[in-house]
Design a protein around this ligand. Structure first.
Ligand code: NAD
Length: 484
């Protein structure tokens, strides 16, 4: 039986309380997770605090950069272990985890190792009132202990997207992975010990949110900043916890992202692109498309083509040849997704395809499977169109004009991402400026130079991470002015 232990101050820590970790493919038991209580979380935070002034703090920049490259090598050397662990936790197809999750998990350390060596600091020589001179410049200091609270949809990728810049900037971290995906954060602890990362720099505490490790971590007064990816509602709870002691937060939250297809778009590429942004990772991508707007002249043809795509996915075990569609993360999440499938039906949507649970052979029938689903015909006021479902589904509606679709796309409290399909450059640039989102793709999706900003507008987030933008949260800027 696998056991997932807490990683505190370089040691593996068990607790008296465990919970089950199950494989969503067939609901089989993967192992037991040791839930951290207040005591373990306190120990992890204190270890991280102490590490801020230990050997980690006295490393030269190049040594810190070498350690970050060591993590990259450590992940790559155990690539298959990370892959197996991520696939068991999430049920995602091998093709996806091996091309996206694990390589990006390693790349997240490399990009910030490279970046931190090349960060310019502002510096001004200035005249003073007494006709003298002064030198006024900035220093970036680590913020301190960073609490990292993660979701389950891209467990290693999203966690390292935060741990990478946090460590590059000289902070220490306490990570709280999702209760549904404890494995790869735990495995990273083994890599940290193997490469000689000083104890206390990287800590992992397992558990849930309220009345568990998530709450204890975010409430802890020695945590200097909290970075969180997850639902907007959870973000509100964490913000309340962070208010005590006025700790800063960096939030990557939910979305209800529009996909907009103009009649002049390259039709096949647009269909393939929307199919990917709607159904990849079984629709469990924060940047995914759940609202599709298609210009009227190509509406019927587009709906038919997307239906064909949705019906061509191969569901099955992650390692089986050709499988490109996995289960949802858990039976619990399936309940939520199915409640929207039922709502759409009750509201009289046209179910273009899907809408329920697929017939799977034993023992997969016990897993968290749902059908890829497409609807048309719902009013814009429907909860199916307004609320984040986080499943493999979308509603498609026709539109006539650019002005109309901008209004429709922006009529949401969310503002994470949009994808626009057109061959008209002017339309593309106008849409990029008009859509109230943190990320706008044109004729693409999930494509980004990691040096650029990532984050959401409106209720989809606070702050931006990525490239130098990560420094805003992971460092404290000090202004030094020296009278010469
Ligand atoms: P979630 O908010 O339910 O949980 C995320 C994490 O927060 C988990 O580790 C959970 O244990 C913890 N948590 C829950 N309540 C807490 C509390 N009160 N205090 C402290 N911690 C708490 O999200 P999820 O279901 O794991 O992930 C799906 C959500 O994440 C979706 O809304 C999705 O859009 C969002 N997401 C956003 C991005 C982005 O970059 N914007 C990326 C991925 C996922």
């Amino acid at each position: 039986m696998n056991e997932f232990k807490n990683f505190i101050n370089g040691q593996w820590v068990t607790t008296g309380k465990t919970f089950e970790n199950r494989n969503p493919v067939d609901n089989s038991l993967i192992g037991l997770v040791h839930e951290a209580g207040r005591g373990e979380v306190d120990a992890a935070v204190k270890a991280a605090k102490a590490a801020l002034t230990g050997p980690w703090a006295s490393l030269k920049l190049e040594q810190r950069v070498d350690l970050l490259h060591g993590i990259v090598d450590g992940i790559n050397q155990r690539f298959d272990d990370f892959l197996d662990a991520e696939i068991a936790d999430t049920g995602k197809p091998h093709v996806l985890a091996s091309h996206v999750d694990i390589p990006r998990g390693a790349a997240n350390f490399k990009i910030f190792a490279d970046l931190i060596r090349n960060v310019p600091n502002e510096s001004f020589g200035m005249d003073t009132p007494d006709n003298g001179r002064a030198l006024n410049y900035a220093i970036r200091a680590p913020r301190g202990v960073i609490g990292v609270v993660c979701p389950w949809n891209l467990p290693l990728l999203l966690m390292t997207w935060k741990v990478g810049p946090a460590l590059a900037c000289g902070n220490t971290v306490v990570v709280k992975p999702s209760e549904d995906t404890p494995a790869t954060a735990t495995l990273l602890g083994e890599v940290m010990n193997k490469i000689g990362m000083p104890a206390g720099v990287y800590n992992v505490v397992h558990g849930f949110g309220p009345d568990s490790a998530g709450q204890y971590l975010t409430e802890h007064p020695l945590v200097d900043g909290i970075t969180f990816t997850g639902e907007t509602g959870t973000g509100e709870a964490i913000m309340k916890a962070a208010a005590k002691g006025v700790r800063p937060v960096s939030f990557e939250l939910g979305g209800k992202n529009p996909g907009i297809v103009f009649a002049d778009a390259d039709f096949d590429k647009a269909v393939a692109g929307i199919a990917r942004s709607t159904f990849e990772n079984t629709g469990q991508v924060c940047l995914g498309t759940e609202r599709v707007y298609v210009q009227r002249p190509i509406f019927e043809r587009f709906v038919a083509a997307l239906k064909q795509r949705a019906e061509s996915f191969k569901l099955g075990r992650p390692m089986d040849a050709g499988v490109n569609f996995g289960p949802l993360i858990s039976l619990q999440h399936r309940e939520k997704v199915l409640s929207y499938y039922n709502k759409a039906k009750a509201e009289g949507a046209t179910i273009v395809t899907g809408g329920g649970v697929p017939a799977m052979p034993e023992p997969l029938s016990a897993g968290a499977w749902v059908q890829p689903t497409i609807w048309t015909g719902l009013p814009e006021s429907s909860p199916v169109i307004r609320q984040e479902i986080f499943g493999p589904c979308c509603h498609i509606a026709p539109f006539d004009t650019e002005e109309e679709v901008i209004k429709l796309a922006n009529d949401t409290p969310y503002g994470l991402a949009a994808t626009v399909w057109t061959q008209d450059l002017s339309v593309a640039h106008r849409m990029g400026a008009a859509l109230e989102v943190g990320l706008c793709w044109v004729n693409s999706w999930f494509l980004r130079d990691l040096r650029t900003s990532f984050g959401g507008a409106k209720q989809s987030g606070i702050g931006r991470e990525g490239g130098v933008h990560s420094l805003e949260f992971y460092t404290e800027l000090r202004n030094v002015c020296v009278k010469l």
